[in-house]
Design a protein around this ligand. Structure first.
Ligand code: TYD
Ligand code: MG
Length: 447
């Protein structure tokens, strides 16, 4: 009798080892290896209906039809903006986000939006009951013709439903709850998630149905288990924000059919997610002026300039290694800025205080243009002096303490001025230009 072969698969990165180990040799995560029965790698997914025939002849590039791929609007303008027009028939989109962030809500609003254009939508709920979906749909005004709902977790059964319902758009919530029954692994394991996604991608491709898969994300930002999924799908959308505050940001981190630079801003309200027309105004709503440790940054969210408040608080530390916390700010970036403040600016006492930093509103500052604001906020907190009320800043800070240029300076200044910030400090005109961090501190935190 043939022995069943097993492998140990990392639930973080998908790598396998023959024997169990405490630490994944590939991604170095601890305690992530789980034994599973070895299955042959899934069949390669044929490229989609935008190149549907596998025996297609080569063409001179000028003869290629540019309209072969075209996005169809989902009818939720902020989503269409992020997708660069809408969903592409036959393409698969992964919508990732932490539990409770609003993925199911967004999905249902997308479902209603698509159905409103007269295209049939199949909403597959693998976690909630259809009654729960109906109740939510009542709140969202999503009880519409052409929106079909089914509670199902089995992928082969979903494939049959696609034949029965023949939808233009398929929405699945969530991929971690799906199963391919012949696999022995548990739902949510890498083996299951990967196989389920592969099969749904194949179904989407062969039918030309635009497909959206919801995926839960762990707090360190990885899609729980299947980072592998990101390579299988065409588009990855990340839905993030402060779960307790109302603001939510939708961004594309991978997009085969367009740019990844647009960001959608929503607010969660009583009747679902509403687009936020004026993100800067919204981010600054609760700002207190004249307080040390608060600086307004003119940053880019995608291509849009947005004003965000950066806060810092310092306090005497009784730890040998003082604490540094960063919310919405990269921890490595903060460490770099603290080192520059210490060594290049000569700000005294940084090594003996705890430093806490925060980007207000659940924003994640992923762009170097926020450096100057973070550094100034820490300096302001440490010196216990506020910066002027009407000040906004931007610019990257380098290791020699220089303030470096970043993209779209002009648009940042325009947005800051629109919101009434009369002094905008940055690396170059039209901002009031500063060449070093020391100079910026001198100018904004005078004795
Ligand atoms: P949900 O979409 O279920 O999040 P996810 O699918 O990402 O886990 O909703 C998240 C929260 O939003 C939930 O706590 C309820 C709240 N909510 C509203 O505040 N207003 C609404 O109209 C809806 C539908 C949900
Ligand atoms: Mg949900």
């Amino acid at each position: 009798m043939a022995r069943v072969r097993t492998v140990h698969r990392c639930q973080e990165c998908g790598a396998t080892t023959p024997r169990w180990q405490g630490r994944c040799p590939s991604c170095e995560a601890w305690n992530t290896l789980v034994e599973e029965i070895e299955t042959p790698a899934p069949a390669p997914v044929l490229s989609g209906p935008w190149a549907s025939s596998t025996s297609e002849p080569a063409l001179p590039i000028a003869d290629v039809d540019v309209n072969a791929v075209h996005a169809v609007p989902v009818g939720v303008p902020e989503v269409d903006r992020v997708l660069g027009g809408g969903l592409v028939p036959g393409a698969v989109t992964l919508l990732g986000g932490e539990p409770g962030i609003g993925k199911s809500t967004l999905l249902l609003q997308v479902a209603a939006g698509v159905a409103a254009t007269g295209r049939r939508v199949l909403y597959v709920t693998a976690e909630e009951s259809t009654a729960q979906i109906r109740a939510r749909a009542e709140r969202l005004g999503a009880v519409v013709d052409d929106l079909w709902v089914v509670a199902e977790t089995s992928v082969p059964r979903i494939a049959e439903l696609l034949d029965e319902v023949d939808p233009a758009v398929v929405l699945v919530d969530s991929v971690q709850a799906l199963v391919v029954p012949e696999l022995s692994s548990a739902p949510g394991s890498v083996a299951q998630v990967r196989e389920c996604a592969f099969r749904l991608v194949t179904e989407a491709r062969s039918r030309g149905a635009a497909t959206v898969l919801v995926g839960h994300v762990t707090k360190d930002g990885a899609l729980a288990g299947p980072r592998v999924l990101e390579h299988v799908v065409d588009t990855v959308l990340a839905f993030e924000g402060d779960r307790h505050g109302g603001l939510r940001l939708l961004r594309a981190t991978k997009h085969r059919f367009g740019s990844t630079s647009e960001v959608g801003v929503f607010e969660m309200g009583e009747d679902g997610l509403q687009a936020v027309a004026d993100p800067s105004g919204r981010f600054l709503l609760d700002r207190r002026t004249g307080v040390p440790g608060s600086v307004v940054a003119a940053v880019l969210e995608g291509r849009r300039p947005v004003l965000v408040e950066v806060q810092a608080l310092v306090g005497d530390s009784n730890l040998p290694q003082p604490r540094r916390t960063a919310q919405g700010i990269d921890g490595g970036r903060l460490a770099l800025l603290l080192a520059v403040l210490d060594r290049r600016v000569g700000l005294p006492g940084l090594g003996k205080v705890d430093v806490h930093t925060l980007a207000v509103g659940g924003v994640r500052l992923g762009e170097p243009g926020a450096d100057l604001a973070v550094a100034l906020a820490v300096a302001s907190a440490l010196l216990d002096r506020p910066v002027p009320d009407d000040l906004a800043v931007f610019g990257e800070v380098g290791l020699t303490g220089e303030v470096r240029r970043v993209g779209r300076g002009e648009e940042r200044v325009t947005e800051a001025e629109r919101l009434g910030f009369t002094t905008v400090l940055g690396p170059a005109a039209p901002a009031r230009s500063v060449t070093t961090l020391a100079e910026a501190i001198e100018a904004t935190l005078p004795r």
